[in-house]
Design a protein around this ligand. Sequence first.
Ligand SMILES: [Zn+2]
Ligand SMILES: [Zn+2]
Length: 408
Amino acid sequence: MDLADRLRTDIAELQPAMIELRHRLHQRPEIGLELPETQRAVLDALDGLPLEVSVGESCSSVTAVLRGTAERSGPVPAILLRGDMDALPVQELADVEYRSTIDGAMHACGHDLHVAMLAGAARLLSAHRDALHGDVVFMFQPGEEGLNGAGHMIDEGVLDAAGARVQRAYGMHVAAADLPRHQLSTRPGTLMASSDWLSVTVVGAGGHGSAPHHAKDPVSVAAEIITALQTMVTRQFDIFDPVVVTVGSFHAGTRYNIIPGEARFDATIRSFSPAARAKIEQTSVQLCRDIAAAHGLEADARYHQEYPVTVNDATQAEFAAAVVAEVFGPDRFTLQEHPEAGAEDFSRVLEQVPGCYLFLGACPTDDPESAPDNHSAYAQFDDSVMPDGCLLHASLAIKSLQSLSGHQ
Ligand SMILES: [Zn+2]
Ligand SMILES: [Zn+2]
């Protein structure tokens, strides 16, 4: 039996444990950087394996290092596999028997599958250390959903956990919609957007609604700014290097005949290149201030950088596509035509280490176009894709270390 077949046989044995772990996490979703129960579950899942396990100080992360035992000569290469672990503040409405038991929390982004697949890969590779020409760092990360968990783990040294800097990094994300079940997809270069937050307070002067000339109305000025932000996008930015500005919250006033003292709004800003990102940071803030000034008011506009653009190394994207084709067959790979405007803090890892991030179709129905998307209260992810994710993690690790150590 060749290695791929042996891996498949072992995964079939691991599958019930992966499903059980995923359902257990799904019923007890935890949000943010502190995920004590989830961390415990990961530590339990890794218990007894030949791993060097450590936990985070600034967050409840788990890092595990597996030393390969295949022929090692010269400097030993290391690679990283990553799974994020956090849930979302969503009230679950999906009709599944393992539904969330925690009010207002749900694994609506499928990170419960990510944990189970990566824990499965750790167990699988532990049984096949003799196929690893180097070391594997398993990165179990909290706080992907807007809390920069990857940044915390990088600060605490995850990229050097094996003793030397990892030379390649791989991650994957399950998709509840758009991508057919079991299909794998990625693209070279820019894969996902950067995500930033523009927070604006327009400061005016309150007064009587019947006498605006005695006040400084922040509502009309904030409304003008919001419209002008969209004009700015179409007039100042290259359509082939797009940006997205969405004002998702607007708050002002208490009653229709009172001019309030201030108006506040917040926008998410997505861009796909460092150049466009730098430009919109400058132009959006200037536009807010200058429009307010034109009306004799002030705008306190603050731009917060969140996640950078997720960029796949071109060679590593090609390598990952080749691994998918070899392990699952060429029909299982879809080359993603465009980047998508979602964001991902694995981007911080890929800023420092060449690697590839992939999507794995996990839609339980045969109609991914109309299925509820990730983050929906109705989102569902099919358990049957977990062996695929586990096998892909393991295959990327084995083949990447083979190539890094010159054993191809
Ligand atoms: Zn998400
Ligand atoms: Zn996610």
